[in-house]
Design a protein around this ligand. Structure first.
Ligand code: FES
Length: 156
């Protein structure tokens, strides 16, 4: 959850977060996780501040942000649905379940509805393979999904 709105610019706050981790080995991922926890996503203005604090290029920071699915570059919806797209869920009909949800919401993978209500993200195995197709809805596991069950879980 994003924090309240303490004083300071995005860059200043990101730099302060980076400074906390600067002495660690491999500080970039912990910094990005903390920045996302603070803002709900990685704001564009945070990237140069993080890069400067960790003596990295902006491209290096941007590359890591865009490589990992867990990092967002825009705020998420009020409800976040993480749908598994790995093998066991695909074999159990997960693709059709996902496409039905995306079509109903009118968004693509990684998208957020225009009203900011729902974000749908892809994940690759939640460890719930025995209950495929599986998802996390606001962090709560949901399994053996069909289109109707997923729609109900998203609206609950
Ligand atoms: S493959 Fe979907 S939970 Fe493992």
């Amino acid at each position: 959850m994003p924090s309240s709105n303490p004083a300071g610019s995005v860059a200043d706050r990101a730099a302060a977060i980076a400074a906390v981790h600067a002495g660690r080995e491999g500080p970039l991922l912990p910094v990005l996780h903390d920045v996302q926890a603070a803002f709900g996503h990685i704001p564009a203005d945070a990237v140069p501040a993080i890069a400067a604090a960790l003596n990295l290029s902006r491209a290096e920071v941007h590359g890591v942000v865009t490589f990992y699915h867990d990092f967002r570059t825009a705020p998420a919806g009020r409800r976040v649905v993480k749908l598994c797209r790995a093998e066991a869920c695909q074999a159990a009909g997960g693709a059709a379940v996902a496409e039905a949800l995306l079509a109903r919401l009118g968004i693509g993978w990684g998208g957020t509805t225009a009203d900011g209500a729902v974000t749908v993200e892809a994940v690759y195995c939640l460890g719930l393979c025995a209950c495929a197709p599986a998802a996390l809805v606001d962090g709560a596991p949901a399994g053996r999904l069909d289109a109707e069950a997923l729609a109900a879980a998203v609206q609950a």
